[in-house]
Design a protein around this ligand. Structure first.
Ligand SMILES: [Zn+2]
Length: 313
């Protein structure tokens, strides 16, 4: 079950009429087991995207991008080597996914389009990424938010649907919110990457691993998690915990979804993410104990039903 790749998000803010880079926050997600290596280097990424004042936008060679098939619907733009139409199930899935995310978190209409670049296979995708983003680590898919676009890079293959669901979720969040804290960004993307029919939407990989961690004495810690600001600090276990918190707020915590919605409201206008853990501790006494109990009693059940109807252990 792939979980791990890195998407980057360059969070930029507009000041006046000029596009200025106030700060960078790289928020990679770890996707693609086989390609999983280490976190990308923050400074290399900084260097990669720093533009001089005289350069209006980052120059990018687009000749290698998929351009054969183009489908645009509202704020979703798909560019693919392989034929795709508006009736393609995958396209419909992304459209539905955006609606699902927006409904759950009561997000405003996206103010920027998300472009999905779909390469025909891994070789062509890898060749493009190595040429255009030589400093990025090898990953199965990327989300890169830049001053000019919110872009998902992926390729056709067995993991495409999952990769797109994860990376496109980042795109939807960043198209609707002014800022997104790393833990929430990844927790929500992990939440929506699954296609389970299980009403609980348990993650076939995270659920058993978290239950095992609890049995081995591990405890969740939201305050610690939300202090993580860079990819280099965020490890695979942190993605699991981020997923667990999001899952808990949505499915079990009283008023949990409302707290997430209110928090997203604040993120629509915030330049810097306000703290969330303090709000949680105020409204949910012993939140960590409750989450641990939830993981053990609910998420630890391995009988997860996938979209194809099969149960996985
Ligand atoms: Zn991610």
């Amino acid at each position: 079950m792939p979980q791990s790749s890195e998407s980057q998000s360059l969070r930029v803010h507009r000041k006046g009429r000029k596009l200025t880079l106030r700060f960078f926050s790289v928020s990679p997600c770890l996707r693609g087991k086989t390609l999983f290596s280490k976190q990308l280097t923050f400074f290399a990424f900084l260097l990669l995207f720093t533009v001089s004042p005289s350069c209006s936008f980052m120059k990018k060679d687009t000749t290698g991008l998929p351009q054969k098939y183009k489908v645009d619907v509202e704020q979703l733009q798909v560019r693919s080597d392989v034929k795709i139409t508006k009736k393609d199930p995958l396209f419909q899935e992304l459209t539905q996914l955006r609606q699902e995310i927006s409904d759950l978190l009561e997000l405003p209409a996206p103010n920027r389009p998300v472009i999905v670049h779909l390469f025909k296979d891994e070789d062509r995708y890898s060749e493009y990424m190595q040429k255009q983003h030589p400093n990025l680590p090898a990953r199965r898919a990327f989300f890169i938010g830049s001053p000019t676009e919110l872009a998902v890079y992926a390729h056709w293959g067995p993991s495409m649907a999952e990769d797109l669901r994860h990376e496109y979720t980042h795109g939807v969040l960043h198209a609707s919110l002014h800022t997104v804290p790393l833990w929430l960004d990844e927790g929500i993307a992990e939440y929506f990457e699954t296609r389970t029919r299980d009403s609980k939407r348990r993650h076939p990989e995270h659920s058993p691993k978290l239950a095992l961690a609890i049995s081995n004495g591990w405890s969740p810690d939201l305050l610690r998690l939300e202090k993580i600001e860079t990819v280099s600090e965020m490890h695979r276990e942190d993605y699991q915990e981020a997923w667990a918190w999001v899952h808990y707020f949505i499915h079990d915590c009283p008023d949990g979804r409302a707290m997430l919605v209110d928090y997203c409201d604040a993120l629509k206008i915030s330049n810097q993410s306000p703290g969330f853990a303090a709000q949680v501790y105020e409204h949910v006494p012993a939140a960590e104990v409750r989450l641990a109990s939830y993981i053990t009693s609910e998420l630890g059940n391995n009988n997860v039903v996938q979209a194809d109807g099969q149960s996985v252990e």
